[in-house]
Design a protein around this ligand. Structure first.
Ligand code: NAG
Ligand code: NAG
Ligand code: NAG
Length: 274
């Protein structure tokens, strides 16, 4: 049985719009998994799936969706241990990468159109996936997370909590944050997924400072300036501000919104180009 909590860790925000309907149609599947992490895989293939469909690691009509389910207590994704914070480390991120490969092989999904969205712990994992498996993803949309490698556990704990990061005290230069990403997959110089980062200004779970740090991280990875190239007030909703940093990084700061920013699937789909 798919429980809301299991899925919420990966994709809660998206689920909120139709959890009852979707839960009935999600199917648990086995996948070739050589990771230590035994995260579970759920798939939703709509009846009207298009040919060579895109794959969204989460929701909606016309495309296949993959819903990873966290194996950890409290259903949070492991974004703290070295197993998850490095490519091929065998942690949750490796398991999700295995799920993506399985979905591509098994359902004929289009390797060039794999996207990921998640909220809270799912957003934190979204940043880690983009860092450790950039070759698997085309675009990512994360709601209320922290930079990749921010939630690290110095003791190597799996799915540990990091107060320094959650409280917004983990601050570093763009270069330092960029290095954290580059170190998760050393030597990689191929394409990376474009990043859409949402955060609420009154988030008391993962401090809003994490928005700034995440923007620093991805702008550095893409080698673009910290100053927005385009800025739009009250978009995509009143009191939200959308800032573009070139074509590959977009920040959406939701004034007056707490944890977690409700998913706007339309906006995420636009970002994915769907
Ligand atoms: C799993 O297999 C892939 C290739 O099939 C390999 O790159 C990876 O290092 C293996 N181990 C883990 C833990 O992912
Ligand atoms: C928390 O994360 C920061 C990086 O964001 C790291 O420097 C620190 O060691 C971590 N704290 C613990 C207790 O692991
Ligand atoms: C979601 O974003 C779209 C633009 O991408 C906007 O038109 C729509 O009003 C937004 N919905 C909500 C509920 O904010």
């Amino acid at each position: 049985m798919v429980t809301f909590n299991n899925l919420a860790a990966a994709a809660g925000v998206v689920l909120l719009s139709g959890q009852h309907v979707l839960a009935a149609e999600l199917t648990k599947v086995n996948y070739a998994n050589n990771a230590t992490s035994q995260a579970e895989m759920y798939i939703y293939v709509p009846d009207n799936v298009v040919e060579s469909p895109p794959l969204v690691v989460v929701i909606r009509i016309g495309y296949i969706t993959l819903w990873p389910s966290s194996p950890n207590q409290g259903t949070c994704w492991d974004v703290s241990s070295p197993q998850s914070l490095f490519r091929g480390g065998g942690g949750d991120s490796s398991a999700i990468a295995n799920m993506i490969e399985h979905a591509l092989a098994e359902y004929g999904a289009d390797r060039e159109r794999v996207y990921l969205t998640g909220g809270s712990s799912g957003a934190m994992m979204g940043n880690v996936m983009a860092a450790a498996y950039p070759d698997l993803l085309k675009a990512v949309s994360v709601y209320s997370g922290v930079p990749a490698g921010c939630f690290v556990s110095s003791a190597g704990q799996v799915a540990g909590w990091n107060n320094t990061c959650s409280g917004g005290q983990s601050q570093a230069s763009p270069e330092q944050w960029g290095n954290v990403v580059r170190d998760m997959y050393p030597g990689y110089d191929g394409p990376r997924p474009k990043m859409q980062i949402w955060h609420g200004s009154v988030d008391s779970t993962l401090a809003p400072q994490n928005y700034k740090e995440t923007i620093k991280q991805w702008t550095n990875v893409f080698g673009v300036d910290q100053t927005p190239t385009n800025s739009v007030q009250n978009y995509p909703a009143p009191n939200y501000q959308t800032d573009d940093y070139g074509e590959n990084v977009q920040g959406i700061f939701a004034n007056g919104v707490g944890h977690s920013v409700p998913a706007n699937l339309t906006a995420s789909e636009l970002w994915f180009g769907l």
